[in-house]
Write a protein that binds this ligand. Structure first.
Ligand SMILES: Nc1ncnc2c1ncn2[C@@H]1O[C@H](COP(=O)(O)OP(=O)(O)OP(=O)(O)O)[C@@H](O)[C@H]1O
Length: 820
């Protein structure tokens, strides 16, 4: 075997090798190593117990590293770094490397390189590629003898220093953190490969955490405004498992034992506010010393007791972590394939869920050992982690920007609130007594001391003035709101009262409208009734019959009137009943004067002539026998009973309750009924004495109104006058009138039909018209008597004999008005 050249192996390239690019990386490492060796970071002590009691830590400004340009495609991928831990023998030979790089080759160097190559399984091809050679013990197996892993963001050889790691790995994360973005650095590797060393360093070398803290707080020292504007909080916890049963979270910064977590938040985790580098390093050192984990070196203690459980737990967590990243990678290759929720299987991955799902960017640093005995572990970690480098974070730009803005906004709001609190305490100082003033002043002074900036005081004063102004405005607005509110309440009460009044008025208006509507209907009905009757044709009705047919028709009492022979019955006797053919309808205005004039003013007594209808008259004229005439009279009475009941439409005791039928036939029926009653009146009056016959009283007692009652309008027009001797004299222009004599003086009423001879008209009696005043005089007499009698008739005769109330009223009035 040629010791000068790498061992010939059959390489199986899992990742196609990339063409190595010459970068200033090596030069940068050299420079940093040189500066390190020259004591550029002298005075910075590593994390150790003596740091807790040391104030010798000086802020050291680290030079801004110069990084090789990385393509955009690579920058979007998950960054994976590989650090190879030097073996003890090699580390001791590290100074030779410097001589090697500077070109100092010699026979000793060649021998040591051969020795190193014979004892190493991992060779660096370039800054991004390594070759893993299988040791001779596994060459006979079916596994690949040589594997090339490429695609790393950077490969740190054994000679790399901590600063190299910081510049390449940690510095971008720090800068992202300073810009408000979350960052995650995960160290993966077999036990004893240098994870803790890389992160936290050793006595001689600071870890990248310490270097990052220096970077952060040294910048703070440079720009104190940043210090004021930003507050830093640190937390440190550990996830461990007791005998592999359950995972627990241990707060490394306090005495808290078990903590619970919810998504990416750990409840009750201590967050220590860090304002300077010393506090930060003390915080980290305390946390490191509190760790419960111990080296799991299999060669030492790992294979017996609790260390085995711990090793299994770590392996399980590492496996879950790998599954999560693999699932994310497969999802990115095939978006239709969902991301498996492997993160639920481990507490660490649950805490890092956003990173496991690719929502936040993470960085990997793999630590390996290149010894032949470490071939299996190195091969495992390389094969496991190499696919992760294909994970992309192209979609995180907007997400990170939004998260950054969100945090900045929350941060600014919090800081403003804190400033206001300071100003409030300052304002309250003005109104308090001296003691309080001194106390506040001291607190303010302490605040100033902590801040250490005069400009802040000016800002606080300005903010205090603004706050006072805002307070005054707030007080004014509050008073205005109170006054406005009370005014609104009053308006509300007034509005409520007004609404109630409006409701009452509406109800009243509705009632009035209904009442007015009723009145209007009644008035309309009455108008229609009057109009109907006034427009009724009367020419034919008033047409007189021929004189030849106007013979006297004697009246005789009807046997059917036996029911009238009671105490309340009427006795009607007519000597010379005269039924004229002249029938028709006339207004009461026409009738009343005639009756009044003829019966009272001019001494006409007891005789009145009322025309019947044409048909009735004709019937009577055709059969001039008294019995037949009496029957005709009875027929008239019956007709009046058979027509629509008068009581159905009109209550004599309550004229206002008159129900007006709407149909004309009903009105006509009423007219006929009124006519029939008047005919009965005429018949009865004709048989009475020769006294004055108060027809108008009858009309009034029946409740008719001379001007409005439609029933009254049906009164037949008189055609003759009663004379003093009891004879009826017809009007000159009419012929064929029959006269009747009223003789009724007895209590028992009967109608006597006699064949009386017609008496000549008295030529000496001038024809006069009746005055309307007579109707008014008659209307005012004897009303109550009629009412009482009507009631009696209602209770006795009317109900028992089935007569109409109008007829009964008519008879009652006749009885009461006839002379006794
Ligand atoms: N790059 C290095 N240079 C010099 N010494 C190193 C380097 N890496 C690791 N070491 C040393 O190797 C030893 C083991 O390292 P470390 O404890 O960091 O391994 P680890 O991966 O954390 O182990 P574990 O997983 O068991 O905790 C330590 O003594 C450390 O000082």
């Amino acid at each position: 075997m040629d010791l000068q050249s790498p061992r010939a192996v059959s390489a199986v390239r899992r990742n196609p090798p990339r063409k190595a690019k010459q970068t200033p990386y090596n030069q940068s490492i050299t420079n940093v190593s040189t500066s390190c060796n020259s004591g550029a970071v002298a005075g910075v002590t590593p994390f150790d117990e003596h740091l807790l009691h040391s104030d010798r830590v000086q802020a050291v400004l680290l030079p801004s590293p110069k990084f090789p340009r990385v393509s955009d495609e690579e920058s979007n991928n998950l960054k994976a770094f590989l650090r190879i831990r030097p073996l003890d023998g090699i580390r001791r030979a590290a100074p030779n490397r410097i001589r090697f790089e500077t070109g100092g080759l010699g026979r000793g160097k060649v021998a040591k390189d051969r020795e190193r190559e014979n004892s190493s399984c991992l060779f660096v091809n370039s800054s991004t590629s390594v070759t893993l050679n299988a040791p001779p013990s596994v060459l006979d197996s079916k596994r690949a003898k040589s594997e090339v892993y490429d695609g790393f963001s950077c490969i740190f050889p054994k000679e790399s220093l901590q600063e190299d790691i910081y510049d390449k790995v940690m510095h971008p994360l720090v800068m992202a953190f300073m810009e408000g973005q979350s960052s995650l650095l995960v160290a993966m590797g077999p036990t004893g490969s240098g994870k803790t060393y890389t992160m936290f360093g050793s006595h001689q070398q600071l870890g990248i955490v310490s270097l990052a803290l220096r970077r952060i707080f040294c910048n703070v020292t440079e720009n104190k405004n940043i210090q004021f504007s930003r507050s830093y909080y640190m937390s440190m916890f550990e996830i461990h498992s007791e005998r592999g049963k359950s995972e627990k979270i241990l707060d490394l910064s306090s005495a808290s034992i078990d903590l619970s977590h919810q998504h990416a938040t750990i409840n009750n985790l201590t967050e220590a506010r860090i304002s300077n580098l010393i506090d930060a390093e003390k915080f980290v050192t305390n946390g490191v010393l509190k760790r419960s984990t111990a080296p799991t070196n299999a060669n030492n203690q790992s294979r017996q007791g609790s260390r085995l459980w711990e090793s299994n737990f770590i392996n399980n967590t590492s496996m879950v972590f790998g599954l999560c990243l693999r699932s994310l990678l497969e999802h990115q290759k095939n978006p239709k394939k969902p991301i498996e929720k492997h993160f639920k299987n481990s507490l660490l991955t649950r805490y890092l869920q956003d990173y496991m799902e690719g929502k936040k960017r993470m960085t990997l640093i793999l630590t390996v050992k290149d010894g032949l005995e470490d071939y299996a572990d190195t091969s495992f970690i390389l094969r496991q982690a190499s696919p992760y480098m294909k994970i992309k974070f192209n979609h995180l730009q907007d997400y990170n920007t939004a998260q950054c803005q969100k945090r900045n906004t929350a941060f600014i709001r919090t800081e403003k609130w804190k400033r206001r609190k300071v100003n409030i305490s300052k304002d309250s100082m003005v109104d308090c007594d001296d003691a309080v003033f001194d106390g506040v002043n001291r607190s303010q002074t302490s605040e100033k001391d902590s801040v250490g900036e005069t400009c802040i005081d000016k800002k606080n004063e300005e903010l205090g003035i603004e706050l006072q102004t805002a307070k005054r405005g707030e007080e004014v607005m509050r008073n205005f709101a109170r006054a406005f509110w009370s005014e609104l309440k009053q308006y509300k009460l007034r509005l409520k009262e007004s609404r109630n009044e409006v409701e009452c008025l509406k109800e009243s208006l509705t009632k009035n409208i209904a009442y007015a509507s009723e009145l209007e209907k009644e008035l309309e009905y009455l108008r229609n009734s009057c109009t109907c009757l006034k427009n009724r044709p009367t020419d034919e009705c008033i047409k007189p019959l021929p004189v030849d047919h106007c013979d006297e028709v004697p009246l005789r009492p009807s046997s059917d009137h036996g029911d009238l022979k009671s105490a309340d019955a009427l006795h009607l006797e007519g000597n010379t009943p005269s039924i004229t053919e002249n029938s028709g309808v006339a207004d009461l205005d026409q009738l009343a004067p005639v009756l009044d004039e003829s019966c009272f003013d001019k001494g006409a007594k007891g005789m009145i002539e009322c025309p019947l209808s044409r048909q009735q008259s004709t019937t009577l004229q055709q059969d001039k026998r008294p019995s037949e005439a009496s029957l005709s009279i009875e027929e008239n009475v019956k007709e009046s009973q058979q027509t629509a009941s008068f009581e159905d439409c009109f209550d004599i005791n309550h004229p206002e309750s008159f129900q007006s039928p709407s149909e004309s036939n009903v009105q006509l029926a009423e007219v006929h009924e009124s006519e029939a009653r008047l005919k009965s009146l005429k018949i009865a009056s004709l048989s009475g004495p020769q006294d004055r016959f108060p027809v108008n009283i009858l009309v009034n007692e029946l409740g008719f109104d001379a001007k409005t009652s439609s029933s009254l309008c049906s009164l037949p027009q008189p055609c003759g006058l009663l004379t003093d001797n009891g004879c009826f004299s017809r009007f000159p222009e009419k012929e064929g009138y029959l006269t009747q004599e009223i003789k009724g003086q007895t209590e028992e009423i009967s109608v006597l039909a006699q064949n009386a001879q017609p008496r000549p008209l008295n030529p000496r009696k001038p024809k006069r018209k009746l005055l309307p005043s007579s109707a008014m005089l008659l209307r005012d007499s004897d009303g109550p008597v009629v009412d009482e009698n009507v009631k009696e008739f209602k209770g006795k005769a009317a109900s028992a004999r089935g007569r109409s109330e109008g007829s009964l009223c008519l008879m009652r009035v006749l009885r009461s008005k006839l002379p006794r």
